[in-house]
Design a protein around this ligand. Structure first.
Ligand SMILES: *Cc1c(COP(=O)(O)O)cnc(C)c1O
Length: 354
């Protein structure tokens, strides 16, 4: 169906079958005679669909009973504020790891609500590695990590052990691998990288953290209200949630996050092997910390980047331009990027270097 392989970092590629189901639902949702976008979020079919989506999240990641699964708006960026606002009491300490531009934004927002301790940073080397050795505060409430750094192509392969608990921005690698939810107080992710369209943000939060800070919060920024109302305090982004539902169904049929992790490992290896093998390209990222989701690469000896990008575009390989802070190229190879897509990119790299 698709005419190109889209390597965009986000909004990003979705499975064809998901897009087909989404297209159908836009016209007539499940034989109800109207578009999913015309249906009340209080109607039985939609309430059911949202509950089913919650269950799919729960099944995919083995979410324990003492966690709430919320579908919110405002993107991962609103969670940068909402989490410290809801959790940190005045003067309490939260430790933050600075592993990229998104981490830095999370730090900046948290500083408005608590005592933020930046425990490590790889900023000096343009975030090309994940710091491993760092001290945490004794009285830490939580340790914040960005599990995958979308711009720089680094990923926490093993999560650090927090002296409190972990809070993680998983926007660009959620559902790409199994995780033990018990280490985390909160996991959050904007949908548009690995699970659906922009407009819905997934939050998985341990129940005892909801309402912890006892601040006077606007209703829309209060986890307690969203949890109590099952994410239906106001009109939720029903269509976006439906696309997440279909993506998670697709994931389930493929074998879940364990199978997905195997596929992702295989796909990433194909591409990294070519970057290592091909004298024309190199990876700017420390070998141990290379992301399975976002693969930046640069010319080993300089060259006309736009010329290579045009060469790729002619072959239907699009959105490969690297982030301006890293330069070069970046192939985002999320769950929905097929092995064929990776192989097409590798062929282009080989042909171009000839
Ligand atoms: C894209 C991205 C964000 C920003 O997400 P929004 O939903 O646009 O706010 C935050 N964190 C990471 C890791 C991202 O990749």
């Amino acid at each position: 169906m698709k005419k190109v392989y889209n390597f965009s970092a986000g909004p990003a590629v979705l499975p064809d079958s998901v897009l087909n189901q989404a297209a159908e639902a836009v016209v007539d949702y499940s034989g109800h005679g109207m578009s999913i976008m015309e249906m009340s979020h209080r109607s039985a079919p939609i309430v059911e669909m949202v509950a089913e989506t919650r269950q799919l999240v729960c099944d995919a990641l083995n979410v324990p009973d003492n966690y709430k699964i919320l579908f919110l708006q405002g993107g991962a960026s609103l969670q940068f504020s909402m989490i410290p606002m809801n959790i940190l009491k005045d003067g309490e300490i939260a430790d933050y790891t600075d592993t990229g531009a998104w981490s830095a934004k999370a730090i900046k927002e948290a500083q408005r609500y608590g005592n933020v301790n930046v425990v490590c940073s790889s900023k000096e080397t343009i975030y090309n590695y994940i710091p491993k050795e760092f001290d945490q505060s004794d009285t830490q409430q939580y340790l914040h990590i960005t599990s995958n750094n979308t711009i720089y192509g680094t990923q926490w392969t093993d999560f650090p052990k927090a002296s409190g608990y972990l809070v993680a921005d998983m926007s660009s690698d959620i559902f790409s691998r199994p995780v033990d939810i018990n280490q985390f107080g909160v996991i959050y992710a904007g949908a548009q990288k690995n699970m659906g369209p922009a407009g819905v943000t997934l939050v998985i939060i341990r129940e005892d953290l909801i309402g912890r800070a006892e601040r006077h919060l606007p209703a829309m920024l209060d986890f307690a209200i969203h949890a109590e109302k099952d994410s239906m305090y106001n009109t939720p982004p029903v269509f976006a949630i439906y696309v997440v539902n279909r993506t998670l169904q697709w994931l389930k049929e493929l074998g879940g996050v364990d199978t997905m992790h195997e596929l992702n490992t295989l796909k990433a290896k194909l591409l990294y092997d070519e970057i290592e093998r091909n004298p024309m390209f190199k990876s700017p990222v420390a070998e141990d910390d290379r992301s399975l989701m976002n693969v930046p690469f640069v010319f080993a000896n300089g060259g006309d980047e736009q010329h290579f990008l045009n060469f790729c575009t002619e072959r239907g390989l699009v959105t490969l331009k690297g982030h301006r802070s890293v330069g070069g190229f970046r192939a985002s190879i999320y769950n929905a990027m097929s092995e064929e897509g990776i192989k097409a990119l590798i062929s282009a790299m080989q042909d171009y270097s000839q």
